[in-house]
Design a protein around this ligand. Structure first.
Ligand SMILES: NC(=O)c1ccc[n+]([C@@H]2O[C@H](COP(=O)([O-])OP(=O)(O)OC[C@H]3O[C@@H](n4cnc5c(N)ncnc54)[C@H](O)[C@@H]3O)[C@@H](O)[C@H]2O)c1
Length: 442
Protein backbone atom coordinates (compact mmCIF):
# COMPACT_ATOMS: atom_id res chain seq x y z
CA UNK A 1 0.00 0.00 0.00
CA UNK A 2 1.57 3.31 -1.04
CA UNK A 3 -0.25 5.36 1.58
CA UNK A 4 1.14 5.25 5.11
CA UNK A 5 -0.85 6.78 7.96
CA UNK A 6 1.71 9.59 8.04
CA UNK A 7 4.46 10.14 5.48
CA UNK A 8 7.71 8.56 6.67
CA UNK A 9 9.41 10.83 9.19
CA UNK A 10 6.51 13.27 9.48
CA UNK A 11 5.55 14.05 13.05
CA UNK A 12 1.86 13.59 13.74
CA UNK A 13 1.21 17.35 13.88
CA UNK A 14 3.66 18.52 11.18
CA UNK A 15 2.31 20.23 8.03
CA UNK A 16 3.23 17.13 5.98
CA UNK A 17 1.13 15.00 8.28
CA UNK A 18 -1.77 17.43 7.98
CA UNK A 19 -1.78 17.23 4.21
CA UNK A 20 -1.30 13.50 3.71
CA UNK A 21 -2.66 11.75 6.78
CA UNK A 22 -5.27 9.07 6.36
CA UNK A 23 -8.52 9.77 8.14
CA UNK A 24 -8.45 8.28 11.64
CA UNK A 25 -11.68 6.40 10.93
CA UNK A 26 -9.98 4.01 8.47
CA UNK A 27 -7.67 1.15 9.37
CA UNK A 28 -4.30 1.87 7.66
CA UNK A 29 -3.58 -1.86 7.54
CA UNK A 30 -6.83 -2.68 5.83
CA UNK A 31 -7.76 0.23 3.61
CA UNK A 32 -10.09 -1.75 1.35
CA UNK A 33 -11.32 -0.11 -1.88
CA UNK A 34 -10.35 3.36 -0.64
CA UNK A 35 -6.72 2.18 -0.69
CA UNK A 36 -7.11 1.21 -4.36
CA UNK A 37 -8.51 4.63 -5.18
CA UNK A 38 -5.61 6.35 -3.36
CA UNK A 39 -3.11 4.40 -5.45
CA UNK A 40 -4.93 5.48 -8.61
CA UNK A 41 -4.69 9.13 -7.50
CA UNK A 42 -0.98 8.72 -6.79
CA UNK A 43 -0.52 7.49 -10.36
CA UNK A 44 -2.13 10.60 -11.82
CA UNK A 45 -0.44 13.20 -9.59
CA UNK A 46 2.67 13.61 -11.83
CA UNK A 47 0.43 14.68 -14.74
CA UNK A 48 -1.48 17.44 -12.96
CA UNK A 49 1.01 20.30 -13.42
CA UNK A 50 0.20 23.34 -11.23
CA UNK A 51 -3.07 21.79 -10.15
CA UNK A 52 -1.10 19.15 -8.19
CA UNK A 53 -1.10 21.52 -5.22
CA UNK A 54 -4.80 20.71 -4.80
CA UNK A 55 -4.38 16.93 -5.07
CA UNK A 56 -5.05 16.24 -1.39
CA UNK A 57 -8.60 17.51 -1.99
CA UNK A 58 -9.11 14.25 -3.88
CA UNK A 59 -7.67 12.15 -1.07
CA UNK A 60 -10.34 12.96 1.49
CA UNK A 61 -14.10 12.94 1.13
CA UNK A 62 -15.78 16.28 1.68
CA UNK A 63 -18.54 14.89 3.88
CA UNK A 64 -19.16 11.45 5.43
CA UNK A 65 -22.43 10.59 7.13
CA UNK A 66 -22.97 7.32 9.02
CA UNK A 67 -26.51 6.63 10.16
CA UNK A 68 -28.34 4.06 12.24
CA UNK A 69 -31.32 2.62 10.37
CA UNK A 70 -33.77 0.93 12.76
CA UNK A 71 -36.87 -0.80 11.39
CA UNK A 72 -39.69 -3.04 12.57
CA UNK A 73 -39.29 -6.53 11.08
CA UNK A 74 -42.41 -8.41 10.06
CA UNK A 75 -42.19 -10.60 13.18
CA UNK A 76 -42.56 -7.51 15.38
CA UNK A 77 -38.91 -7.31 16.46
CA UNK A 78 -36.68 -4.29 15.82
CA UNK A 79 -33.49 -4.55 13.76
CA UNK A 80 -30.75 -1.93 13.34
CA UNK A 81 -28.70 -1.50 10.14
CA UNK A 82 -25.69 0.63 9.33
CA UNK A 83 -26.18 3.21 6.57
CA UNK A 84 -23.80 5.60 4.83
CA UNK A 85 -23.83 8.58 2.51
CA UNK A 86 -20.47 9.98 1.42
CA UNK A 87 -20.03 13.15 -0.66
CA UNK A 88 -16.51 12.93 -2.00
CA UNK A 89 -16.30 16.19 -3.93
CA UNK A 90 -18.77 18.89 -4.93
CA UNK A 91 -16.45 21.36 -6.68
CA UNK A 92 -18.20 20.89 -10.05
CA UNK A 93 -21.79 20.58 -8.83
CA UNK A 94 -24.04 18.63 -6.48
CA UNK A 95 -23.05 15.15 -5.33
CA UNK A 96 -24.27 12.32 -7.54
CA UNK A 97 -24.03 8.59 -7.08
CA UNK A 98 -25.92 5.40 -6.36
CA UNK A 99 -27.15 3.64 -3.25
CA UNK A 100 -26.08 0.04 -2.65
CA UNK A 101 -27.83 -2.49 -0.42
CA UNK A 102 -25.38 -5.28 0.36
CA UNK A 103 -24.36 -7.19 3.46
CA UNK A 104 -20.66 -6.40 2.91
CA UNK A 105 -20.94 -2.63 2.38
CA UNK A 106 -18.24 -0.79 4.34
CA UNK A 107 -17.32 2.85 4.84
CA UNK A 108 -14.12 2.35 2.83
CA UNK A 109 -16.14 0.92 -0.05
CA UNK A 110 -18.68 3.75 -0.06
CA UNK A 111 -15.84 6.30 0.12
CA UNK A 112 -14.10 4.73 -2.88
CA UNK A 113 -17.34 4.48 -4.86
CA UNK A 114 -18.09 8.15 -4.11
CA UNK A 115 -14.62 9.14 -5.33
CA UNK A 116 -14.97 7.09 -8.52
CA UNK A 117 -18.23 8.98 -9.11
CA UNK A 118 -16.33 12.31 -8.89
CA UNK A 119 -13.88 11.02 -11.50
CA UNK A 120 -16.58 9.53 -13.74
CA UNK A 121 -18.80 12.62 -13.70
CA UNK A 122 -15.85 14.82 -14.58
CA UNK A 123 -14.68 12.38 -17.29
CA UNK A 124 -17.97 12.65 -19.18
CA UNK A 125 -18.23 16.32 -18.17
CA UNK A 126 -21.64 16.26 -16.51
CA UNK A 127 -21.97 19.06 -13.93
CA UNK A 128 -21.81 16.92 -10.80
CA UNK A 129 -19.49 16.07 -7.99
CA UNK A 130 -19.26 12.53 -6.65
CA UNK A 131 -21.24 10.81 -3.91
CA UNK A 132 -22.38 7.31 -2.94
CA UNK A 133 -24.48 5.63 -0.30
CA UNK A 134 -25.26 2.24 1.06
CA UNK A 135 -26.83 0.10 3.72
CA UNK A 136 -25.13 -2.92 5.19
CA UNK A 137 -27.96 -5.38 4.60
CA UNK A 138 -28.72 -8.40 2.45
CA UNK A 139 -32.01 -7.28 0.89
CA UNK A 140 -32.76 -10.86 -0.21
CA UNK A 141 -33.44 -11.61 3.46
CA UNK A 142 -36.07 -8.83 3.69
CA UNK A 143 -39.76 -8.95 2.81
CA UNK A 144 -41.04 -6.25 0.47
CA UNK A 145 -42.50 -4.38 3.46
CA UNK A 146 -39.19 -4.52 5.34
CA UNK A 147 -37.37 -3.33 2.21
CA UNK A 148 -39.69 -0.35 1.95
CA UNK A 149 -39.27 0.53 5.65
CA UNK A 150 -35.47 0.30 5.54
CA UNK A 151 -35.39 2.45 2.38
CA UNK A 152 -37.68 5.10 3.86
CA UNK A 153 -35.88 5.31 7.21
CA UNK A 154 -32.48 5.49 5.50
CA UNK A 155 -33.74 8.26 3.17
CA UNK A 156 -35.05 10.22 6.13
CA UNK A 157 -31.73 9.84 7.96
CA UNK A 158 -29.64 11.05 5.01
CA UNK A 159 -32.31 13.65 4.13
CA UNK A 160 -30.26 16.30 5.92
CA UNK A 161 -27.60 16.20 3.20
CA UNK A 162 -29.37 15.10 -0.01
CA UNK A 163 -31.65 17.16 -2.28
CA UNK A 164 -32.10 18.06 -5.96
CA UNK A 165 -29.40 20.75 -5.77
CA UNK A 166 -27.24 19.09 -3.08
CA UNK A 167 -26.80 15.38 -3.73
CA UNK A 168 -28.88 13.12 -5.97
CA UNK A 169 -28.89 9.36 -5.28
CA UNK A 170 -29.56 6.67 -7.93
CA UNK A 171 -29.75 2.85 -8.11
CA UNK A 172 -26.71 0.63 -7.60
CA UNK A 173 -26.29 -3.01 -6.60
CA UNK A 174 -29.60 -4.42 -5.26
CA UNK A 175 -31.52 -1.17 -5.58
CA UNK A 176 -33.91 -0.42 -8.42
CA UNK A 177 -36.69 1.84 -9.69
CA UNK A 178 -39.05 0.87 -6.86
CA UNK A 179 -36.43 1.76 -4.23
CA UNK A 180 -35.94 5.12 -5.98
CA UNK A 181 -39.72 5.71 -5.97
CA UNK A 182 -39.79 5.17 -2.16
CA UNK A 183 -36.78 7.45 -1.72
CA UNK A 184 -38.40 10.19 -3.80
CA UNK A 185 -41.67 9.85 -1.89
CA UNK A 186 -40.00 9.90 1.54
CA UNK A 187 -37.92 12.96 0.75
CA UNK A 188 -40.97 14.69 -0.77
CA UNK A 189 -43.13 13.90 2.29
CA UNK A 190 -40.51 15.39 4.58
CA UNK A 191 -40.18 18.49 2.38
CA UNK A 192 -43.94 18.94 1.91
CA UNK A 193 -43.75 19.03 -1.89
CA UNK A 194 -43.01 16.55 -4.65
CA UNK A 195 -39.30 16.68 -5.48
CA UNK A 196 -38.80 14.39 -8.46
CA UNK A 197 -35.23 15.64 -8.98
CA UNK A 198 -33.97 14.26 -5.66
CA UNK A 199 -33.16 10.84 -7.15
CA UNK A 200 -32.64 9.45 -10.64
CA UNK A 201 -33.37 5.98 -11.95
CA UNK A 202 -37.05 6.46 -10.97
CA UNK A 203 -39.95 4.75 -12.75
CA UNK A 204 -40.83 6.62 -15.95
CA UNK A 205 -44.31 7.36 -14.54
CA UNK A 206 -42.71 9.30 -11.66
CA UNK A 207 -40.36 11.55 -13.62
CA UNK A 208 -37.89 8.85 -14.59
CA UNK A 209 -36.20 8.93 -17.97
CA UNK A 210 -36.71 6.62 -20.88
CA UNK A 211 -33.50 4.73 -21.54
CA UNK A 212 -32.13 5.06 -17.97
CA UNK A 213 -32.45 1.38 -17.11
CA UNK A 214 -30.38 0.36 -20.13
CA UNK A 215 -28.02 3.33 -20.07
CA UNK A 216 -25.04 1.84 -18.21
CA UNK A 217 -25.02 -1.32 -20.32
CA UNK A 218 -25.44 0.78 -23.46
CA UNK A 219 -22.43 2.88 -22.45
CA UNK A 220 -20.38 -0.30 -21.82
CA UNK A 221 -21.31 -1.51 -25.30
CA UNK A 222 -20.58 1.89 -26.90
CA UNK A 223 -17.04 2.17 -25.53
CA UNK A 224 -16.42 -1.49 -26.40
CA UNK A 225 -17.34 -0.81 -30.03
CA UNK A 226 -15.15 2.33 -30.11
CA UNK A 227 -12.16 0.48 -28.64
CA UNK A 228 -12.70 -2.38 -31.10
CA UNK A 229 -12.40 0.13 -33.97
CA UNK A 230 -9.03 1.28 -32.61
CA UNK A 231 -7.72 -2.25 -32.09
CA UNK A 232 -9.17 -3.90 -35.17
CA UNK A 233 -11.42 -6.32 -33.31
CA UNK A 234 -14.56 -7.49 -35.14
CA UNK A 235 -17.39 -7.26 -32.58
CA UNK A 236 -19.66 -9.48 -34.67
CA UNK A 237 -17.17 -12.33 -34.26
CA UNK A 238 -16.19 -11.64 -30.64
CA UNK A 239 -16.72 -14.09 -27.77
CA UNK A 240 -17.89 -12.34 -24.61
CA UNK A 241 -17.79 -13.45 -20.95
CA UNK A 242 -19.86 -11.49 -18.43
CA UNK A 243 -19.63 -11.52 -14.65
CA UNK A 244 -22.85 -10.17 -13.09
CA UNK A 245 -26.04 -10.38 -15.12
CA UNK A 246 -28.08 -7.66 -13.46
CA UNK A 247 -28.80 -4.20 -14.76
CA UNK A 248 -25.35 -3.55 -16.22
CA UNK A 249 -24.16 -7.02 -17.27
CA UNK A 250 -27.56 -8.13 -18.56
CA UNK A 251 -28.02 -5.13 -20.85
CA UNK A 252 -24.40 -5.13 -22.03
CA UNK A 253 -24.66 -8.86 -22.81
CA UNK A 254 -27.89 -8.28 -24.72
CA UNK A 255 -26.41 -5.46 -26.85
CA UNK A 256 -23.25 -7.43 -27.67
CA UNK A 257 -25.38 -10.43 -28.66
CA UNK A 258 -27.57 -8.19 -30.85
CA UNK A 259 -24.38 -6.96 -32.56
CA UNK A 260 -23.57 -10.56 -33.46
CA UNK A 261 -21.12 -11.36 -30.66
CA UNK A 262 -21.36 -14.70 -28.83
CA UNK A 263 -21.91 -14.46 -25.07
CA UNK A 264 -20.15 -17.69 -24.10
CA UNK A 265 -20.01 -17.47 -20.28
CA UNK A 266 -22.00 -15.73 -17.58
CA UNK A 267 -21.41 -15.77 -13.85
CA UNK A 268 -23.60 -14.34 -11.11
CA UNK A 269 -24.08 -14.86 -7.36
CA UNK A 270 -25.81 -18.19 -8.08
CA UNK A 271 -23.14 -19.81 -10.25
CA UNK A 272 -21.39 -19.89 -13.63
CA UNK A 273 -22.71 -21.12 -16.96
CA UNK A 274 -20.93 -21.71 -20.26
CA UNK A 275 -21.87 -22.46 -23.88
CA UNK A 276 -19.17 -22.46 -26.52
CA UNK A 277 -21.67 -21.84 -29.33
CA UNK A 278 -23.03 -18.81 -27.47
CA UNK A 279 -25.85 -18.51 -24.94
CA UNK A 280 -29.34 -17.51 -26.03
CA UNK A 281 -29.26 -14.13 -24.25
CA UNK A 282 -32.99 -13.22 -24.46
CA UNK A 283 -33.91 -16.63 -22.97
CA UNK A 284 -31.24 -16.22 -20.28
CA UNK A 285 -32.55 -12.76 -19.37
CA UNK A 286 -36.08 -14.16 -19.10
CA UNK A 287 -34.75 -16.99 -16.89
CA UNK A 288 -32.92 -14.52 -14.61
CA UNK A 289 -35.97 -12.32 -14.22
CA UNK A 290 -38.05 -15.41 -13.33
CA UNK A 291 -35.58 -17.23 -11.07
CA UNK A 292 -33.27 -14.44 -9.83
CA UNK A 293 -30.04 -16.02 -11.09
CA UNK A 294 -28.40 -17.68 -14.10
CA UNK A 295 -28.27 -20.90 -12.06
CA UNK A 296 -30.51 -23.61 -13.48
CA UNK A 297 -30.56 -22.21 -17.02
CA UNK A 298 -31.18 -25.35 -19.06
CA UNK A 299 -29.40 -24.54 -22.35
CA UNK A 300 -25.89 -24.29 -20.86
CA UNK A 301 -23.15 -26.22 -19.15
CA UNK A 302 -22.42 -25.46 -15.47
CA UNK A 303 -18.76 -24.74 -14.75
CA UNK A 304 -16.92 -24.06 -11.48
CA UNK A 305 -16.96 -20.40 -10.44
CA UNK A 306 -13.18 -20.22 -10.50
CA UNK A 307 -13.07 -21.65 -14.06
CA UNK A 308 -14.83 -18.48 -15.27
CA UNK A 309 -11.44 -16.71 -15.37
CA UNK A 310 -9.98 -19.31 -17.80
CA UNK A 311 -12.82 -19.13 -20.32
CA UNK A 312 -11.56 -18.56 -23.90
CA UNK A 313 -13.04 -15.19 -24.91
CA UNK A 314 -12.18 -11.90 -26.62
CA UNK A 315 -14.04 -9.52 -24.29
CA UNK A 316 -14.46 -9.90 -20.54
CA UNK A 317 -17.04 -7.71 -18.81
CA UNK A 318 -16.87 -7.67 -15.02
CA UNK A 319 -20.28 -6.25 -14.04
CA UNK A 320 -20.75 -7.39 -10.45
CA UNK A 321 -18.66 -6.15 -7.51
CA UNK A 322 -15.21 -4.71 -6.71
CA UNK A 323 -11.86 -6.51 -6.57
CA UNK A 324 -12.80 -9.44 -8.79
CA UNK A 325 -9.73 -9.31 -11.07
CA UNK A 326 -6.75 -9.69 -8.79
CA UNK A 327 -3.12 -10.84 -8.86
CA UNK A 328 -4.50 -14.37 -8.43
CA UNK A 329 -6.49 -14.53 -11.68
CA UNK A 330 -5.19 -11.69 -13.92
CA UNK A 331 -2.57 -14.01 -15.41
CA UNK A 332 -5.25 -16.50 -16.49
CA UNK A 333 -7.61 -14.16 -18.33
CA UNK A 334 -7.82 -15.03 -22.04
CA UNK A 335 -9.62 -11.88 -23.23
CA UNK A 336 -8.01 -9.22 -25.42
CA UNK A 337 -10.18 -6.53 -23.86
CA UNK A 338 -11.68 -6.03 -20.39
CA UNK A 339 -14.60 -3.60 -20.17
CA UNK A 340 -15.29 -2.64 -16.58
CA UNK A 341 -19.05 -2.47 -16.15
CA UNK A 342 -18.67 -2.77 -12.37
CA UNK A 343 -17.00 -0.14 -10.24
CA UNK A 344 -13.50 -1.03 -9.07
CA UNK A 345 -13.41 -4.64 -10.33
CA UNK A 346 -9.64 -4.65 -11.01
CA UNK A 347 -6.96 -4.17 -8.35
CA UNK A 348 -3.95 -1.97 -9.28
CA UNK A 349 -1.68 -5.07 -9.21
CA UNK A 350 -4.01 -6.91 -11.58
CA UNK A 351 -4.16 -3.79 -13.76
CA UNK A 352 -0.37 -3.96 -14.15
CA UNK A 353 -0.48 -7.68 -15.01
CA UNK A 354 -3.16 -7.11 -17.67
CA UNK A 355 -1.15 -4.20 -19.06
CA UNK A 356 2.04 -6.31 -19.27
CA UNK A 357 0.06 -9.05 -21.03
CA UNK A 358 -1.21 -6.57 -23.62
CA UNK A 359 -4.84 -6.85 -22.51
CA UNK A 360 -6.65 -3.56 -23.03
CA UNK A 361 -8.66 -2.38 -20.00
CA UNK A 362 -11.52 0.07 -20.54
CA UNK A 363 -11.78 1.42 -17.00
CA UNK A 364 -14.98 1.80 -14.98
CA UNK A 365 -14.60 5.56 -14.72
CA UNK A 366 -15.34 5.88 -18.42
CA UNK A 367 -16.85 2.50 -19.40
CA UNK A 368 -19.79 2.56 -16.98
CA UNK A 369 -20.45 6.32 -17.14
CA UNK A 370 -23.52 5.81 -19.37
CA UNK A 371 -25.77 5.41 -16.33
CA UNK A 372 -24.89 8.70 -14.74
CA UNK A 373 -25.06 10.42 -18.12
CA UNK A 374 -28.71 9.46 -18.56
CA UNK A 375 -29.28 10.21 -14.86
CA UNK A 376 -28.13 13.71 -15.73
CA UNK A 377 -30.67 13.77 -18.58
CA UNK A 378 -33.36 12.61 -16.14
CA UNK A 379 -32.49 15.37 -13.66
CA UNK A 380 -32.56 18.01 -16.43
CA UNK A 381 -35.93 16.69 -17.66
CA UNK A 382 -37.32 16.76 -14.08
CA UNK A 383 -36.25 20.40 -13.61
CA UNK A 384 -37.78 21.48 -16.90
CA UNK A 385 -40.79 19.11 -16.62
CA UNK A 386 -40.25 18.39 -20.29
CA UNK A 387 -39.48 14.84 -21.35
CA UNK A 388 -37.46 13.60 -24.30
CA UNK A 389 -38.02 10.60 -26.58
CA UNK A 390 -35.98 7.42 -26.09
CA UNK A 391 -34.27 7.92 -29.44
CA UNK A 392 -33.17 11.42 -28.45
CA UNK A 393 -31.83 10.10 -25.15
CA UNK A 394 -29.89 7.22 -26.70
CA UNK A 395 -28.50 9.47 -29.41
CA UNK A 396 -27.25 12.04 -26.86
CA UNK A 397 -25.86 9.28 -24.65
CA UNK A 398 -23.88 7.68 -27.46
CA UNK A 399 -22.57 11.08 -28.57
CA UNK A 400 -21.30 11.92 -25.06
CA UNK A 401 -19.78 8.47 -24.52
CA UNK A 402 -18.00 8.50 -27.89
CA UNK A 403 -16.68 12.03 -27.35
CA UNK A 404 -15.45 11.31 -23.83
CA UNK A 405 -13.85 8.03 -24.88
CA UNK A 406 -12.08 9.65 -27.85
CA UNK A 407 -10.64 12.35 -25.56
CA UNK A 408 -9.39 9.75 -23.08
CA UNK A 409 -7.88 7.62 -25.88
CA UNK A 410 -6.02 10.68 -27.14
CA UNK A 411 -4.65 11.57 -23.68
CA UNK A 412 -3.54 7.96 -23.18
CA UNK A 413 -1.62 7.97 -26.47
CA UNK A 414 -0.15 11.41 -25.85
CA UNK A 415 1.16 10.52 -22.37
CA UNK A 416 1.77 6.80 -23.05
CA UNK A 417 -0.35 5.84 -20.05
CA UNK A 418 -3.19 3.38 -19.49
CA UNK A 419 -6.76 4.40 -20.28
CA UNK A 420 -7.43 4.46 -16.52
CA UNK A 421 -4.66 6.94 -15.81
CA UNK A 422 -5.71 8.94 -18.87
CA UNK A 423 -9.30 9.12 -17.59
CA UNK A 424 -8.00 10.23 -14.19
CA UNK A 425 -5.84 12.89 -15.90
CA UNK A 426 -8.84 14.35 -17.77
CA UNK A 427 -11.17 14.13 -14.76
CA UNK A 428 -8.80 15.26 -11.99
CA UNK A 429 -7.76 18.29 -14.04
CA UNK A 430 -11.43 19.28 -14.42
CA UNK A 431 -12.19 18.80 -10.73
CA UNK A 432 -9.08 20.59 -9.49
CA UNK A 433 -9.45 23.40 -12.02
CA UNK A 434 -12.96 24.00 -10.64
CA UNK A 435 -11.52 23.92 -7.11
CA UNK A 436 -8.82 26.39 -8.13
CA UNK A 437 -11.34 28.77 -9.72
CA UNK A 438 -13.65 28.65 -6.71
CA UNK A 439 -10.81 29.07 -4.20
CA UNK A 440 -10.96 28.08 -0.57
CA UNK A 441 -13.76 29.31 1.68
CA UNK A 442 -13.44 31.35 3.89
N1 LIG B 1 -26.83 0.30 -12.26
C1 LIG B 1 -26.08 1.25 -12.77
O1 LIG B 1 -26.58 2.15 -13.46
C2 LIG B 1 -24.60 1.25 -12.56
C3 LIG B 1 -23.88 2.33 -13.07
C4 LIG B 1 -22.48 2.31 -12.97
C5 LIG B 1 -21.86 1.24 -12.36
N2 LIG B 1 -22.60 0.22 -11.83
C6 LIG B 1 -21.86 -0.87 -11.20
O2 LIG B 1 -22.11 -2.07 -11.90
C7 LIG B 1 -22.03 -3.18 -10.99
C8 LIG B 1 -23.33 -3.98 -11.08
O3 LIG B 1 -24.42 -3.11 -10.78
P1 LIG B 1 -25.91 -3.45 -11.21
O4 LIG B 1 -26.67 -2.17 -11.09
O5 LIG B 1 -25.90 -4.22 -12.48
O6 LIG B 1 -26.36 -4.39 -10.01
P2 LIG B 1 -27.46 -5.54 -10.01
O7 LIG B 1 -27.86 -5.72 -8.60
O8 LIG B 1 -28.52 -5.28 -11.03
O9 LIG B 1 -26.63 -6.82 -10.51
C9 LIG B 1 -25.53 -7.29 -9.82
C10 LIG B 1 -25.11 -8.61 -10.43
O10 LIG B 1 -23.91 -9.07 -9.79
C11 LIG B 1 -24.08 -10.43 -9.45
N3 LIG B 1 -23.23 -10.78 -8.30
C12 LIG B 1 -23.36 -10.41 -7.00
N4 LIG B 1 -22.42 -10.99 -6.26
C13 LIG B 1 -21.68 -11.74 -7.09
C14 LIG B 1 -20.55 -12.58 -6.91
N5 LIG B 1 -20.01 -12.76 -5.71
N6 LIG B 1 -20.02 -13.20 -8.01
C15 LIG B 1 -20.57 -13.03 -9.22
N7 LIG B 1 -21.64 -12.25 -9.45
C16 LIG B 1 -22.18 -11.61 -8.40
C17 LIG B 1 -25.55 -10.56 -9.12
O11 LIG B 1 -25.98 -11.89 -9.15
C18 LIG B 1 -26.15 -9.71 -10.25
O12 LIG B 1 -26.22 -10.49 -11.43
C19 LIG B 1 -21.73 -2.56 -9.63
O13 LIG B 1 -20.33 -2.53 -9.45
C20 LIG B 1 -22.24 -1.15 -9.77
O14 LIG B 1 -21.61 -0.26 -8.88
C21 LIG B 1 -23.95 0.20 -11.92
Amino acid sequence: MSQAPHPAGAAANSPAAFTSALPSYLDPNNLGPWGIYLQQVDRVAPYLGNLARWVDTLKRPKRTLIVDVPIHLDDGSIAHFEGYRVQHNTSRGPGKGGVRFHQNVTLSEVMALSAWMSIKNAAVNVPYGGAKGGIRVDPRQLSIGELERITRRYTSEIGIIIGPTKDIPAPDVNTNEQVMAWMMDTYSMNEGSTATGVVTGKPVDLGGSLGRREATGRGVFTVGVEAAKHTGMDISKARVAVQGFGNVGGVAGKLFAEAGAKVVAVQDHGGTIYREAGLDVPSLLAHVSRVGSVAGFPQAEVIANDAFWDVPCDILIPAALEQQITEANAGRIQAKMVIEGANGPTTPQADDILHERGILVLPDVIANAGGVTVSYFEWVQDFSSFFWSEDEINERLVKIMKGAFAAVWHVAEENKVSLRTATFIVACKRILHARDLRGLYP
